[in-house]
Design a binder for this molecule. Structure first.
Ligand code: ATP
Length: 300
C-alpha cells in the first residue's frame, strides 16, 4: 500500500502569523523525504496536518487522495513518531506494542520483537521508568513495526546515543527496501541522516524554499577553491552562498549546476572543485538576517 501526499495552497495561521504560508507540493509515495528547516520554520506544523492533529486555516491537504483531518481511514494508516513526555506512563513496553497490534493494520509483531531485541528494550518495564534514549528507541520501534503507509518522524530520535541511532538508520533502510512507504523525517541531524533521503524539502519561515532529489541537490552545490583572483573571476555571475579566505586562498560555495565548459574553465584557472554537504547548503540557503530586530533590542 503506497500513499502519496499533496498540499495545495496551504496556510496555517495563528492569529495574524502564518506558520505555513501558501505551501504547495506533492510527495510521491514510497520514498524517504528529509524535511529540514531552522527552528520555527513550520516542520512540526506540516507534520501535524498529515497526522490529523490540526487542520489548515485554508488550502487542501490530501493523504492517499483523502483529507486527513478527523478521517479515521487515514488516521489508522499514518504513524506520527514525535518526542513525548512519558514520565507518568505506567504502561509497559509490551503494553504499548500490544496497543499497536490492535490499532495498526500493518503492524508486524515479529519485526517488533526483533527490534526490541536489537535495541535491548526491557519488555516488562514501565515506559515511564525507561531512560530517555530507551523511550526514543521504543518510539522508533513502533514507527518501524507499524509499517504505516505514511510514517512521520519529528525529532523522535533525540535521546538515542550514536550507536543506537545507527541501528535505527540501518533498520529503516532495510525495512524500507522490503516494505516501501512514504516517510517524512524532520531532523536537525542533517549531516548524519542525509544519506537516508531520496528527496529533500527545505522549509524557511513557513514557505517551501526548495524540493529536490538529494542527488540533484548535492550536485548543485560546488565549492570552488584557489587563488582569490581566480575564484573571483570564475564565480562572477554565479550564485555564491558563502566565502572563506585563508591568506591568498579563497573558497566560494556556489549554488547552481556547472556545465562541462565551466568545469574546464575552472581547471584552466587552477581551481579545485569539490562537493558541498547538504548541511552546509542548508545553513547558507536559510541564512536570514542574523541581527535582532531593532524593536526587540530596545526593551533589553
Ligand atoms: N499553537 C500555536 N500557537 C501559536 N503559534 C504557534 C503554535 N504552534 C506553532 N506556532 C508557531 O508556528 C511556527 C512554526 O512552529 P513549528 O513548531 O511548526 O516549527 P518547527 O520547524 O517544528 O520548529 P523546531 O525546529 O524549533 O521544532 C513557530 O513560529 C511557532 O511559534
Amino acid at each position: 500500500m503506497i500513499w502519496d501526499v499533496k498540499f495545495d495552497q496551504v496556510y496555517v495561521k495563528y492569529g495574524g502569523f502564518a506558520a505555513l504560508d501558501n505551501l504547495s507540493f506533492s510527495l510521491e509515495g514510497g520514498k524517504i523525504y528529509g524535511l529540514i528547516g531552522r527552528n520555527g520554520a513550520g516542520k512540526t506544523t506540516l507534520l501535524s496536518l498529515l497526522a490529523s492533529y490540526i487542520e489548515p486555516t485554508s488550502g487542501t491537504v490530501l493523504v492517499g487522495g483523502e483529507v486527513p483531518f478527523e478521517n479515521e481511514t487515514v488516521m489508522e494508516q499514518v504513524t506520527f513518531v514525535h518526542e513525548t513526555d512519558y514520565r507518568n506512563e505506567t504502561d509497559t513496553v509490551k503494553d504499548m506494542l500490544e496497543g499497536s497490534k490492535r490499532y495498526r493494520p500493518h503492524f508486524d509483531a515479529d519485526y517488533a520483537a526483533k527490534l526490541v531485541e536489537r535495541f535491548g528494550l526491557p519488555l516488562h518495564k514501565k515506559i515511564g521508568q525507561l531512560s530517555k534514549g530507551m523511550q526514543s528507541a521504543l518510539s522508533v520501534t513502533v514507527g518501524l513495526a507499524n509499517r504505516s503507509p505514511v510514517t512521520l518522524y519529528d525529532e523522535a530520535y533525540q535521546g538515542m546515543d550514536a550507536p543506537t541511532r545507527e541501528i535505527f538508520y540501518r533498520e529503516l533502510l532495510e525495512d524500507q527496501a522490503a516494505h516501501p512507504r512514504t516517510i517524512l523525517f524532520s531532523t536537525h541531524f542533517v549531516s548524519e541522516m542525509d544519506y537516508l533521503f531520496d528527496e529533500v524539502l527545505i522549509l524557511d519561515r513557513g514557505k517551501l524554499l526548495l524540493q529536490e532529489s538529494y542527488d540533484l541537490l548535492i550536485h548543485r552545490g560546488v565549492s570552488v577553491t584557489g587563488s582569490a583572483e581566480s575564484v573571483d573571476e570564475f564565480t562572477r555571475g554565479l550564485q555564491v552562498l558563502n566565502v572563506q579566505r585563508l591568506g591568498g586562498t579563497k573558497s566560494a560555495m556556489v549554488y547552481g549546476e556547472l556545465d562541462d565548459g565551466q568545469r574546464r574553465a575552472a581547471k584552466q584557472l587552477g581551481l579545485e572543485l569539490g562537493p558541498v554537504p547538504l548541511q552546509d547548503l542548508f545553513i547558507h540557503l536559510t541564512r536570514g538576517e542574523e541581527v535582532p530586530h531593532e524593536d526587540e533590542n530596545q526593551h533589553l
